[in-house]
Ligand binder design. Structure first.
Ligand SMILES: Nc1nc2c(ncn2[C@@H]2O[C@H](COP(=O)(O)OP(=O)(O)O)[C@@H](O)[C@H]2O)c(=O)[nH]1
Ligand SMILES: [Mg+2]
Length: 293
C-alpha cells in the first residue's frame, strides 16, 4: 500500500469520530478538525465540510457509511479541480527540466521517470545538470548505468548550461524521445538559482522548441506547508507545468496534496512512493482518497 502511513493516521482518526452516540453536527465538526490536523488547510477543510453539511441535509440516511461516502466525494471533488494539459504529455519528443530544493528527491525522481518511459518503449536521454552538489553527477550516472540509459555529464562545478547545451544538442540530432534534465537545488557561489534556471532554459531552447519543454518541480510531501512556500518562490520566476510529490510513503500527513492543488493550482503529475526506480505512479485523486479513508 503506497500511502499506508497516511491511511493509518487519517482513517484511524476518522473512525474514532464515529461510534458513540454523537449528533451529526458534532461528527462533522470533528471531521473538520481532523482534516485541518492532517494538513489539509483550514479553508479547504471548511469548504469540504460545508459541502458535506449541505449534502447531508437532503440525505435521510446519516449513517457512518453515508457520511464517509459523501466525505470521500467532496475530497475527490476538491482534488479534481486541476485542469491537466495533456498536449505536451502526448507529444513525441519532449524535454523535462526537473527543479526543486536539495534533498526533495529530484535525482531519484528522474531515475524513476526515465525507467518508466524506458519501460514504455521510449528512448530516454538524461542530463546531469546539478553540477554544484558534490556527488550529484555520479548519483545520476549510477542510476543511468543501472537502468541502461545514456546520461550526459560535465565536470563538477562546471556551468550547468554547458551540459544542458550538450544534452539538448545530442537530443536534437538523435532519435531520442525524452530528455530529462537534473538541476541544482542550491548554488555554492552567490549566483542566483533562478537566474541560473532561466539561463538553462534559454540554452535548451537553442536546440529544442519551447513548446516541447516542461518544467516539473519536485516537492517533498513530508515538509508539509513549507513545500508550498518553496513552489511559490520558484513560481515567481519560472512557470511550473507540473509537480512531482515525493515520499508519500513516509509521511502521515497526506493533506498537503489538497493544499497544493487548492493554493497553487498546478497539477500533480507523479507521486513518489519509495526509493526504488519503480516507486512512482501517476497521481489519481480518486485512488488517493479511496486509499486513505
Ligand atoms: N521514501 C522515499 N524516499 C525518497 C523518495 N524520493 C526520494 N527519496 C530519497 O530522498 C533522498 C534525496 O533524494 P535525491 O534524489 O538525492 O534528492 P535531490 O537532492 O532533490 O536530487 C534520497 O535518500 C532518496 O532515496 C520517495 O518517494 N520515497
Ligand atoms: Mg540531486
Amino acid at each position: 500500500m503506497f500511502f499506508s502511513k497516511i491511511k493509518e493516521s487519517f482513517s484511524t482518526r476518522i473512525n474514532s469520530i464515529f461510534g458513540s452516540n454523537k449528533e451529526t453536527d458534532q461528527i462533522i465538526d470533528e471531521i473538520e478538525e481532523t482534516l485541518v490536523c492532517a494538513d489539509i488547510g483550514i479553508e479547504t477543510s471548511m469548504e469540504i465540510c460545508d459541502n458535506l453539511r449541505k449534502k447531508l441535509k437532503s440525505e435521510k440516511d446519516k449513517s457512518e457509511e453515508t457520511i464517509k461516502r459523501l466525505l470521500r466525494e467532496e475530497m475527490i471533488n476538491i482534488l479534481n479541480i486541476q485542469e491537466t494539459d495533456t498536449a505536451k504529455d502526448n507529444s513525441d519528443k519532449r524535454c523535462i527540466l526537473v527543479v526543486g530544493v536539495n534533498g526533495v528527491g529530484k535525482t531519484t525522481s528522474i531515475a524513476k521517470l526515465a525507467n518508466m518511459y524506458k519501460n514504455k518503449g521510449k528512448r530516454v536521454l538524461l542530463v546531469a545538470g546539478d553540477t554544484f552538489r558534490a556527488g550529484a553527477i555520479e548519483q545520476l550516472q549510477i542510476w543511468a548505468d543501472r537502468l541502461g540509459i545514456n546520461c550526459i555529464t560535465g565536470k563538477e562545478g562546471a556551468d550547468p548550461s554547458s551540459v544542458m547545451f550538450e544534452g539538448s544538442k545530442l537530443f536534437k540530432d538523435s532519435d531520442y524521445d525524452i530528455l530529462i534534465c537534473d538541476t541544482a537545488g542550491r548554488l555554492h557561489n552567490k549566483k542566483n538559482l533562478m537566474d541560473e534556471l532561466d539561463k538553462m532554459k534559454r540554452t535548451i531552447e537553442k536546440n529544442i522548441n519551447k513548446d516541447m519543454i516542461e518544467v516539473y518541480m519536485v516537492l517533498d510531501s513530508t515538509t508539509g506547508q513549507n513545500g508550498i512556500l518553496q513552489v511559490k518562490s520558484f513560481y515567481e520566476r519560472t512557470s511550473i507545468d507540473g509537480l512531482i510529490l515525493t515520499k508519500l510513503d513516509s509521511t502521515s500527513k497526506g493533506g498537503v496534496v489538497f493544499s497544493i492543488l487548492k493554493e497553487l493550482n498546478i497539477p500533480i503529475k507523479y507521486i513518489g512512493t519509495g526509493e526504488k526506480a519503480e516507486d512512482i505512479a501517476e497521481f489519481n485523486a480518486k485512488e488517493f482518497v479511496e486509499s486513505i479513508i
